[in-house]
Design a binder for this molecule. Structure first.
Ligand SMILES: NC(=O)c1ccc[n+]([C@@H]2O[C@H](COP(=O)([O-])OP(=O)(O)OC[C@H]3O[C@@H](n4cnc5c(N)ncnc54)[C@H](OP(=O)(O)O)[C@@H]3O)[C@@H](O)[C@H]2O)c1
Length: 314
């Protein structure tokens, strides 16, 4: 493996890559401070940088677009310039929210083809606009950089098991399963649930294939997200099922019934063709990645409740 540095080291992707990379947090490498970027690159001397740092508060960005832009676009550009000037390979992580969220060609979201990298973008959220500006700024400053868009990223059960701070949709559903009898979840937004551990593995696979000379992704924009598609409701039901809970406790609702400051895309499924075209294996179907961590969590909870019952009886 090349010597790797991942920005945003305390975030989901940073933590998932921390066994294989230097993963400075914002206090060590702040994208809004070019001097901090330069100091970190000099200190860690990476061969490859993955930019996983971002302003990811999608609702918060609606009232703080300048703050989001400073990190997602200006900060990404500063990093690209610093990597270019040092000859460091750069992989910049972006998002499905760069698309408008409309179903392509007015089709059925359950069957319409997922977005390809070259499909027209047109984000409707401040977060999406700043991330798209970031993609363009990175490629303008450093045309050999690679943009990798992902979607609906979660750490899920491992966040609970390892007691990691922060939240994601799957981790929230795990918590709500233990707190509420029923949960209403929107069933009219379609996307590509992506387990962050599998995404990390794929990124490492790409880097080792590049190091071996069998793949060259420089200058490309690629999609890397869980296979298949789901609505948030379907994802929530699957979480309950894998936990051994009654999935009927998850009830469908519409986006209108659950308004958010940032309008969520109706459709942001990502096609895996660009990844397969490189000769790399795509991520598996999203359910396959979701299951193991949740069944492990459910069985460890069962064991500990059996242990507590034994202690009580003794
Ligand atoms: N999460 C998703 O569902 C999703 C979906 C599609 C694409 N993505 C993209 O995937 C990438 C990784 O996402 P993630 O879920 O791992 O994000 P995350 O968990 O929110 O982590 C982002 C990290 O970036 C750090 N950061 C913020 N501002 C920074 C700055 N100025 N300098 C350095 N670090 C800074 C944050 O630090 P603090 O904790 O100190 O704020 C945080 O640790 C991002 O590019 C994101 O846009 C995510």
């Amino acid at each position: 493996m090349p010597r790797l540095l991942v920005t945003g080291g305390r975030g989901q992707l940073g933590v998932a890559l921390s066994r294989y990379a230097d993963t400075p947090g914002r206090d060590d490498l702040d994208l809004t401070e070019p001097a901090s970027i330069a100091a970190a690159l000099e200190a860690y001397t990476p061969e490859v940088v993955i930019n996983a740092a971002a302003y990811t508060d999608v609702d918060g960005a609606e009232s703080d677009e300048a703050g989001a832009r400073a990190i997602n676009s200006d900060g990404a550009q500063s990093l690209a310039v610093a990597c270019r000037d040092r000859g460091i390979r750069l992989i910049h992580i972006s998002t499905d929210y760069v698309f408008s969220g409309e179903v392509p060609r007015g089709g059925d979201p359950a069957t319409a083809p997922g977005f390809e990298p070259h499909d027209p973008t047109g984000p409707t959220t401040a977060y999406g606009r700043t991330k798209l500006a970031g993609e363009r700024a990175v490629l303008t400053a450093y045309p050999e950089a690679t943009i990798i868009r992902t979607a609906w990223l979660y750490t899920g059960p491992w966040r609970v098991i390892l007691d990691q701070p922060g939240g994601d949709f799957v981790a929230t559903m795990i918590r709500l399963e233990s707190e509420r009898e029923t949960v209403n979840v929107v069933n009219d937004q379609w996307g590509s649930p992506t387990y962050v551990g599998s995404m990390a593995d794929q990124l490492l696979g790409l880097l080792s294939a590049e190091k071996a000379g069998s793949v060259d992704a420089r200058g490309r924009t690629l999609h890397l997200a869980g296979g298949g598609r789901a609505t948030w409701f379907e994802l929530a039901r699957a979480v309950f099922e894998f936990l051994g809970a009654d999935p009927e406790r998850v009830q469908p609702c519409t986006s209108e019934e659950f308004p958010r400051p940032a309008p969520r895309p109706e459709f942001s499924v990502l096609s895996d063709r660009s990844w397969r075209d490189l000769g790399l294996d795509p991520l598996g179907e999203w359910r396959e990645d979701l299951g193991p961590g949740l069944t492990y969590l459910a069985s460890s909870r069962n064991q500990s409740s059996r242990g507590s019952a034994r202690d009580r009886d003794a």
